[in-house]
Design a protein around this ligand. Sequence first.
Ligand SMILES: [Zn+2]
Length: 94
Amino acid sequence: MMIARPGGGSLVATLMWWGNSEGVKGRCDAKCHGAAGPDCDCMCGGAFHGTRHQQGGVEQTVEVHMSEIYEAAKQRAKAEGLQIHLGEPQLRLL
Ligand SMILES: [Zn+2]
C-alpha cells in the first residue's frame, strides 16, 4: 500500500486517526512512531510504536503490515464506538 508523501520526503506524518461525530479523538503520528518509552495507547496497538528507531523505520512497517494493522485498528475503534480513517484528519473541525 502506498502512502502519499507530500514533498517527496520519507517522513510519514499521521498514518491514521480515529474519532466520532464530535471530532478527532486521537491519531497515530510522529508521537507514536518516535516514542522512546513503552507506553502506547494508540489504535495501531503498538504496531508503529517507536518504529522510527527500528531498521526500515515507519515506512517498512507501513509497506509490510499496513493492511493487517488497519483491520485490527478498525476492530479496536469499533469496540469503543469510534471510526478509523487513514491519513491526516480533515480540517473541517477547525
Ligand atoms: Zn500508533
